[in-house]
Design a protein around this ligand. Structure first.
Ligand SMILES: Cc1cc2nc3c(=O)[nH]c(=O)nc-3n(C[C@H](O)[C@H](O)[C@H](O)COP(=O)(O)OP(=O)(O)OC[C@H]3O[C@@H](n4cnc5c(N)ncnc54)[C@H](O)[C@@H]3O)c2cc1C
Length: 400
C-alpha cells in the first residue's frame, strides 16, 4: 500500500478530499488544528454543478436532508423595497439533474464527510493537531506537527484555509487584496419569506448599505435567516456587534414592531486573493488556502468542492503510475484560471452591482437584470454561469 496522502485541515474541503481518496482505497491522514469542525455561519449555498459532484460522492441525499432546497433567487432594490428580478433554476432542467441550489451549512457537510470516513480503516483524522512545517523530496513529503512528530506521506494537500500554514511555508504569494469593510452576519429566526416574500436567497442593492438574506435549516431544522451587511471601517468589531447596533441595522433594513431576536452575531474580514501556485512538487493547495473571495454569490466553498473532486481524481491517477507529475500539473493549469474567471470575476462584479452608487448605473443594472430574467435564453446563460455549470462543462469539453 502507498504511503498515505496527508491533508492539513478538516474543513469541508479537507475532509471531502479525504473521503474521495478513501473511497478509492487510498490511505489518508487528516490533521486539524482545532478541537472540532468550525460551526460559525459561513458557506451555505451549494450550486447545481456542486450538487452533481456531491451526488457522485454519494453525499447528496444526506446534504438535501440536512438543508433546504431553493429553486429561485432574487435581486431587490433595498431603497424602495421593490423586487427587481427573480431567477429560477428550473430553466436548467435540460442541463442538469439538479436544477436548484441546496442551502446546507458547511459544518454539516464537513461533519457528514467525517462520519462517512469512519467506515474506512485506512482513513485517520486527528483533531488538535496543527501542521507546522513540511519538507519534500522525490520520494514523498514529511510533515511536522506542532507536537514535534514527523509524519511521512506520498503527497500533502494544504486544505488549511485562507491563512494556510502550508501555503506560507512554501512561500507562495497570495495575490489580491483585502476589502476595507468587514462583513457582518446576523442569524435571526424572523420569517422574511412569510412577512416580505423574500426567496431563500436574496440580494439587496443599496448605494449606502447593501444586504443579503439567506435561509438555512439550522441544527434544529426549524429554519433561520442569515442577514449579511457591510461594516464600514471606523467602528470596532465590538461596536458593530453590539445589541443596539445590530437591532438598529435590522430595523433600518426591514422595520418591524418589537425587537429582532438574534441567535448569532459574526463579523468577517473579506478578501479577493488567489495563490500564485496551487502546486509545488508533492504539495497541493485546495479550497480557501488556494483562493478566497467575497461571499456574494456563494461561490468560495463551491469552488473548493470542485478543487477537492478534481484533485482526488488526479492524485489517484498520480499514485497509480509513473506519469503522476504531469497529471498533477494539470490541477493548477485547470483550477487556477477557473477560479479567476468564474469565482473572482463574478464575486467582484456581484459586490459592485449591489453597492453601486451612481443612479444611472443602478438603473442600468436593474434593467439588465430584468431583461435577463425575462428572456429565457439570457436567463439560462446567466444561471449556467452563476451555478458554475458553465465552468464544469468547459473543463469537461477541454479534457475530452
Ligand atoms: C460569511 C461567509 C459566507 C460564505 N458563504 C458562502 C456560500 O454561501 N457558498 C460558498 O461556496 N462559500 C461561502 N463562503 C466561503 C466558505 O466559507 C469557504 O470557502 C470555505 O470555508 C472553505 O473551506 P476550506 O475547507 O477550504 O477552509 P476552512 O473552512 O477555512 O477550513 C480550514 C481548516 O483548516 C484548519 N487549519 C488551519 N491551519 C491549520 C494547520 N496549520 N494545521 C491543521 N489544520 C489547520 C482550520 O482550523 C480549519 O478547520 C462564505 C464565507 C464567509 C466568511
Amino acid at each position: 500500500m502507498n504511503a498515505p496522502v496527508l491533508i492539513a485541515g478538516a474543513g469541508p474541503v479537507g475532509v471531502l478530499t479525504a473521503l474521495l481518496l478513501a473511497r478509492k482505497g487510498i490511505p489518508v491522514r487528516v490533521f486539524e488544528a482545532a478541537a472540532a469542525v468550525d460551526d460559525s455561519p459561513r458557506a451555505s449555498t451549494l450550486h447545481p454543478a456542486t450538487l452533481e459532484m456531491l451526488a457522485d460522492a454519494g453525499l447528496l441525499d444526506a446534504v438535501i436532508e440536512r438543508g433546504l432546497v431553493a429553486r429561485t433567487f432574487q435581486f431587490w432594490d433595498r431603497t424602495t423595497h421593490q423586487l427587481v428580478a427573480e431567477f429560477d433554476h428550473a430553466i436548467l432542467a435540460q442541463d442538469t439533474a439538479y436544477p436548484f441550489v441546496v442551502q446546507c451549512e458547511q459544518h454539516k457537510i464537513a461533519n457528514l464527510c467525517l462520519e462517512r470516513l469512519k467506515a474506512f480503516p485506512h482513513a485517520e483524522v486527528s483533531f488538535k493537531t496543527p501542521v507546522s512545517g513540511l519538507e519534500q523530496d522525490d520520494a514523498g513529503v514529511a510533515v511536522t506537527l506542532e507536537n514535534g512528530t514527523v509524519v511521512r506521506g506520498s503527497y500533502l494537500v494544504g486544505a488549511d484555509g485562507g491563512r494556510s500554514t502550508v501555503r506560507k511555508t512554501l512561500g507562495i504569494d497570495f495575490e489580491g487584496y483585502t476589502f476595507p469593510e468587514r462583513f457582518l452576519v446576523l442569524t435571526v429566526p424572523f420569517d422574511f419569506a412569510g412577512e416580505h416574500g423574500v426567496a431563500h436567497r436574496a440580494y439587496f442593492s443599496d448605494p449606502d448599505e447593501w444586504a443579503n438574506l439567506f435561509k438555512v435549516a439550522g441544527d434544529d431544522g426549524k429554519g433561520r435567516w442569515r442577514a449579511v451587511f457591510p461594516a464600514p471601517p471606523g467602528q470596532s468589531d465590538e461596536e458593530v456587534l453590539s445589541a443596539a447596533a445590530t437591532e438598529a441595522r435590522l430595523q433600518k433594513f426591514f422595520p418591524k414592531r418589537g425587537a429582532y431576536e438574534v441567535f448569532h452575531r459574526n463579523i468577517y474580514r473579506v478578501h479577493q486573493r488567489v495563490a500564485k501556485h496551487f502546486r509545488v512538487g508533492r504539495v497541493l493547495l485546495a479550497g480557501d488556502s488556494a483562493h478566497v473571495n467575497n461571499p456574494i454569490g456563494g461561490l468560495g466553498l463551491n469552488c473548493g468542492i470542485h478543487d477537492a473532486t478534481d484533485l482526488a481524481g488526479k492524485l489517484a491517477l498520480a499514485l497509480d503510475g509513473p506519469t503522476g507529475a504531469a497529471i498533477l500539473d494539470r490541477y493548477e493549469a485547470v483550477r487556477r484560471p477557473m477560479n479567476i474567471e468564474y469565482v473572482q470575476q463574478q464575486t467582484i462584479a456581484n459586490k459592485k452591482r449591489l453597492e453601486e452608487k451612481d443612479p444611472a448605473q443602478r438603473a442600468k443594472n436593474f434593467d439588465n437584470l430584468r431583461q435577463m430574467a425575462a428572456d429565457p435564453a439570457k436567463h439560462r446563460a446567466f444561471l449556467m454561469r452563476t451555478s458554475l455549470l458553465e465552468s464544469v462543462r468547459k473543463i469537461a469539453a477541454n479534457a475530452a
